[in-house]
Design a protein around this ligand. Sequence first.
Ligand SMILES: Nc1ncnc2c1ncn2[C@@H]1O[C@H](COP(=O)(O)OP(=O)(O)O)[C@@H](O)[C@H]1O
Ligand SMILES: [Mg+2]
Length: 245
Amino acid sequence: MLTARNLTVTYPDGGRGVEDVSFDIESGESVALAGGNGAGKTTLLLALVGILPAKAGSVEVGGLRFSKENRVEYRRAVGLVFQNPDDMLFMPRALDDIMFGPRNLGLSETEARQRAYEVITELGIDHLAERSPLKLSGGEKRMAGLAAVLAMRPSALLLDEPTAFLDPRARRVLIRALERLPQAKLIATHDLAFAGALCSRALLLKEGRLYADGPRDDLFRDERLMDECGLEASLPIPAAGVYWR
Ligand SMILES: Nc1ncnc2c1ncn2[C@@H]1O[C@H](COP(=O)(O)OP(=O)(O)O)[C@@H](O)[C@H]1O
Ligand SMILES: [Mg+2]
């Protein structure tokens, strides 16, 4: 349902980006996107939501192939939680940031508020609604940013280094929230314990290329493979869904 086909992205200044990446993520599947700094994780996510143009190949969500013509419809179907929540939150109240997307879809004020509160309740962050995002903690900002994306009701959810700026407790709260969400997920991270808690499959990027795609346990436990990708093998990893309880 979330597909990259021979996707190549390069930056105008010659920055490497990603090259010839192909994979397909099923509905409801959670997949870790791992790789060292500069491996291409962020580039890949930005291309999957249609922010960065594909130089070659294509991206698809729910059978809809991204093009300039359908970008509005496409971006409604796939949501990206940016690495830095400050890039997503800019209104005086968190509630307004969460209502921003639904308002942009042309929903009425009442409907936009209703959608925002559905998500706020689901994530258990009612207490943040009236707060200024500027004054939220890293963990609270992360939840508000996630809420802003979920209010668009995407069918696929992409997260870029979601545990950046989080302390262990906020990390646990995020894991529990993500576990309950039905969307297909692609989670870019080098926090392998976090990825392992949510994903049973992993993609490994190395120097812009998809280096491995397979069961999390096979990949994350392979010392040579992980070392080649600038990561560290982690042994053992508990089964998805039982970590941090
Ligand atoms: N805005 C940019 N302009 C030029 N090159 C970039 C830009 N962003 C990233 N790159 C390059 O693309 C490659 C992948 O970077 P990135 O996707 O940010 O990796 P990651 O998120 O895995 O750390 C790196 O070689 C990086 O230098
Ligand atoms: Mg990155």
